[in-house]
Every structure is written in C-alpha cells, then in structure tokens.
Design a protein around this ligand. Structure first.
Ligand SMILES: Nc1ncnc2c1ncn2[C@@H]1O[C@H](COP(=O)(O)OP(=O)(O)OP(=O)(O)O)[C@@H](O)[C@H]1O
Ligand SMILES: [Mg+2]
Length: 260
C-alpha cells in the first residue's frame, strides 16, 4: 500500500480538488483507494457527497482514539473509492494531540495497524497549515503530491514546505519523497500564468508534472453536487487534465513501491 499526502500550507491551491479527482481516476483504473480527509473543513468529505449526518466516525477518532482504519472508512458513490470523513472536531485535535507522547505518529500508527491488502493507495487531503495534522500526514506518507497554484507568488511558501519536509525526513521519516508538483488553476488567457509555470519548471525541474490543471468552472461546480468532477462531467477540460495527472502519478508509483 502506497500512502501519498496532498499538501501545501497555502489555502485554496487545489489540494482537495486534486485529492478527489486523482483518487477517482486511480479508482477508475482498478486501484482500491482510501482518501483520508485530514482537514477540519471537511471539504473532501462534502465534495464526495458524505453528509454531516453520515460522519459518525471520522479522522478525529482515528487520531485521538484506538479506532481502526477499517472502522472509520466508509464507501463513497465512486466504486473502489472509500473515505475517512472529517468533522469540525478535528479542529481541536491539534491541541488534544499534545497529550500524546507519539503525537506526530498517530496517523502513521493507525495506517500501520490496518489489515494489509484492503487498499492499494491511500491519499491524505491535508489542511492549509504546517501544524500537527499535516506533520502526522508527512510522517505517515511515502511521498507528497504538492499542488501549486499558477499565480505570481506560487513559489513563495514552497521553501517553507520543503524545509518542513527536510525536518520530517531527518527526524521521523527518512524515506519521505516528493512524488511531484502539480500546477493548478492554469489560465490560458493570462500571460502571467505562462510565465509562472515556466519559472516553476526552471526552479523545480522534473519533479513538476507535465500535466497542468486548467482553471475550469466544472471543477468548482462539482463539489456542490457531491460528486467528483470526473463523474459530474468527465469530458470537461478539468476532468481530462486530472485523468492525465493520474496517469503520471501511476507512472511514478513503482519507484515509490521500491523505496517503501
Ligand atoms: N482548476 C480549478 N479551476 C477552477 N476552480 C478550481 C480549480 N481547482 C480548485 N478550484 C476551486 O477553488 C477552490 C479551492 O480549491 P480546493 O478546495 O481544491 O483547494 P484547497 O487547497 O484544498 O483549499 P484549502 O486550503 O482551503 O483546503 C474551490 O472552490 C475549488 O472548487
Ligand atoms: Mg482543501
């Protein structure tokens, strides 16, 4: 089982949209996927049609109690895609976790305890911060997928993220790698975004996925219908881009598996 955290402490860069749609595309290729919603906002849960009343057990239970992954995961409407939903309680978890000695390893331990073989890929949708929740994700993950919005300050903040990754590597998780950086919300009509995407590629090189996710209104409409864009409108430019991105993710998985 490969565990990928989708992280960037910047808000609104496309983490959740990427988690939902890459998860759906991976499931469509036959992978059994578990999405862990690690954001108190619960956007991944809502975007996959999990109502508040369906969230009896959540990521909070996984982190703060001895609940097993199998007990808290529920099926979504997408075949082969399960989710551990998030509730508001999770916003208190960062403080409550301080009580635990192994507070950075709670998620890692929960994933490690699970019965092997049920899921092929675990995706973790991180909140927009580098706090204890995201640190738990980085300790548990084999690799990070970093969505980066095509905007003027795209690279600002990335160095902070990479410093955190370096710290996690040296202290807790030496194998943590960067699966890739995905450029999101690319706007063809805006020359600046071209410039940004060129700059990002010049600085980061091959770690940047070839696929660029365009700004596409269908991607932003889908969550209010409680379905992934890939189901809402599988032929829109956004869905096509996420299918292409998932293909690149699949191409990069064998390297991770070897290291894992
Ligand atoms: N490519 C896109 N084109 C148009 N709208 C998008 C695109 N990607 C995401 N959005 C919209 O932008 C907003 C932010 O996206 P999303 O929730 O995926 O970001 P996030 O990084 O998870 O945010 P947060 O940091 O708050 O968790 C959402 O309303 C989403 O529907
Ligand atoms: Mg989000």
């Amino acid at each position: 089982m490969i565990c990928i955290a989708i992280a960037n402490q910047k808000g609104g860069v496309g983490k959740t949209t990427t988690a939902i749609n890459v998860g759906t595309a991976l499931a469509a290729t036959g992978q059994r996927v578990l999405l862990i919603d690690l954001d108190p906002q619960g956007n991944a849960s809502t975007g996959l049609g999990i109502g508040r009343s369906d969230r009896d057990r959540s990521t909070y239970d996984l982190l703060l109690t001895d609940a097993e992954l199998e007990d808290v995961a529920i099926a979504t409407k997408v075949p082969r895609l399960d989710i551990v939903p998030a509730t508001q309680d999770l916003s208190g978890a960062e403080i409550e976790l301080i009580e635990f000695d192994a507070r950075t390893h709670r998620l890692d331990a929960a994933i490690g305890r699970h019965v092997a073989g049920r899921w092929d890929v675990v995706l973790i949708d991180c909140p927009p911060s580098l706090g204890l929740l995201t640190i738990n994700a980085m300790v548990a993950a084999h690799a990070l997928l970093v969505p980066l919005q095509c905007e003027f300050f795209a690279l600002e903040g990335l160095s902070q993220l990479l410093t955190t990754v370096e710290r996690i590597r040296s202290r807790f998780n030496p194998g943590l790698s960067i699966l890739g950086v995905a450029l999101t919300m690319y706007d063809r009509r805006n020359r600046l975004t071209d410039q940004v995407s060129d700059d990002v590629r010049a600085v980061l090189g091959k770690v940047v996925f070839d696929t660029v996710i365009p700004r596409n209104v269908r991607l932003s409409e889908a969550p209010s219908h409680g379905v992934p864009a890939l189901i809402y409108d599988y032929r829109c430019a956004g869905s096509e881009a996420y299918i292409a991105l998932a293909r690149e993710v699949i191409d990069r998985l064998p390297k991770l598996k070897k290291a894992a």
